[in-house]
Design a protein around this ligand. Structure first.
Ligand SMILES: NC(=O)c1ccc[n+]([C@@H]2O[C@H](COP(=O)([O-])OP(=O)(O)OC[C@H]3O[C@@H](n4cnc5c(N)ncnc54)[C@H](OP(=O)(O)O)[C@@H]3O)[C@@H](O)[C@H]2O)c1
Length: 356
């Protein structure tokens, strides 16, 4: 029997991107689903796919614009009216908005974004968490971002909303530590979904290094199931970004993030830059910004940064040894897989073994 059989997961933002991949994982694990978004036609199609592919028993579709006042209360009331117990809540729905805050971005869109990313997520958590605590059982996954821990010029309000989500979630982790209810923050780096198009940021440098939403959802799902307080998907590179965000001066991080969020160069300039590699360029920029900031700080701040850098060194060595462990595990798994495949006699058996 699958681990989710008989249980229900409610996922906001299930119609696309990371939310849709998360919904698929719950369906594969035998969960019944409550899917929330504005595109109910897409959710209906997903419901059919989950029922036929994974034998999902019950899928409830709630068409809702979560940027509207008290939308979360309405979702909760609809769930209660159907006598559904929500075992897992995933607050995935969210949008971004690109541009200079003072002159480019539209206040009505910003207000709706704050409502969706912050108010709806908080109210959903408040309503469903209360019931989970009464049962002393339940899990919540909140979509934060790597931008939660770095100032992000040109996405200033969006990054502010994600900083809220991360801080809020970590506070709840502490408040819930003596219960069987867990809350997890998922902090993806830029991910290959419709997010950047919708935010008007489709031409920014950061879109050249997007990661796979399937991998992001899987890392989030595993961390949620394990009851971890947070997860940064994407291995060593993204975990290094996380560590650097904690120890680098905020002005330096803002400069790095501004570069990543700036428009891509014109094609001819771009080709001459490609050899450098985006990741390397960002690393050089970060190093430069760090040196400039270091030289301009007081002796007291320098001592503080030296202390933090020592911590960074320790963290990096942990990260490197964990990466080595991962490589060894991956090699062992691949070796075992190849041995199993080699032992098969017919093409059908080989295919079955590869897909297993
Ligand atoms: N992609 C990234 O680079 C990235 C990185 C870090 C964190 N995140 C976070 O991950 C989450 C999912 O984003 P994604 O990348 O998967 O983007 P996406 O593909 O655009 O998905 C966004 C989801 O949110 C739903 N949504 C948007 N506005 C809504 C509203 N007003 N009411 C109800 N639902 C709404 C959308 O459904 P409808 O349009 O059908 O309503 C859709 O299902 C967001 O919270 C985002 O901030 C994304």
């Amino acid at each position: 029997m699958n681990s989710g059989t008989g249980k229900t997961a409610l996922i906001t933002g299930a119609s696309s991107g990371i939310g849709q991949e998360l919904a698929k994982l719950f369906a594969q694990d035998g969960y019944n689903l409550v899917l929330v978004a504005r595109s109910d036609d897409t959710l209906d199609r997903l419901s059919d796919v989950f029922k036929s592919n994974y034998g999902t028993q019950n899928v409830t579709i709630i068409k809702k614009d979560l940027s509207e006042e008290d939308a979360a209360q309405d979702v909760y009331d609809q769930v209660k009216a159907k006598n559904i117990t929500v075992d897992v809540l995933v607050n995935d729905a969210g949008v971004g908005l690109y541009g200079l805050f003072a002159t480019d971005t539209d206040w009505e869109r910003e207000k709706a974004m704050i409502h969706l990313n912050v108010l709806a997520l908080t109210q959903m958590t408040k309503l469903f968490l209360y019931d989970m605590l009464a049962r002393n059982e339940g899990k919540i996954l909140n979509l934060a971002s790597l931008l939660s821990i770095a100032p992000s010029p040109l996405m200033a309000v969006y990054a502010g909303t994600k900083a809220y989500v991360y801080n809020f979630t970590q506070s709840l982790v502490n408040e819930l530590k003596d219960t069987n209810v867990t809350v997890t923050a998922l902090l993806p780096n830029a991910t290959d979904t419709d997010f950047f198009n919708k935010a008007g940021a489709e031409n920014t440098k950061v879109t050249d290094e997007v990661q796979d939403p399937v991998m992001v959802a899987k890392d989030g799902y595993d961390a949620l199931m394990a009851g971890k307080p947070k997860v940064v998907p994407g291995g060593l590179k993204n975990k290094s970004y996380e560590v650097i965000s904690y120890v680098a001066p905020q002005e330096a991080m803002a400069a790095v993030m501004r570069d990543k969020m700036s428009q891509k160069p014109e094609p001819d300039q771009k080709s001459s830059n490609v050899a450098w590699g985006i990741g390397f360029g960002v690393a050089v920029l970060a190093g430069f910004a760090l040196v400039v900031a270091y030289n301009n700080t007081s002796e007291y701040d320098r001592a503080r940064y030296r202390y933090k850098l020592k911590g960074l060194g320790d963290n990096l060595s942990d990260l490197i040894s964990s990466a080595i462990d991962t490589v060894i595990d991956t090699y062992q798994n691949a070796k075992t897989k190849v041995e199993h495949v080699a032992a098969k006699e017919t093409p059908e058996e080989v295919l079955e073994e590869i897909e297993a």
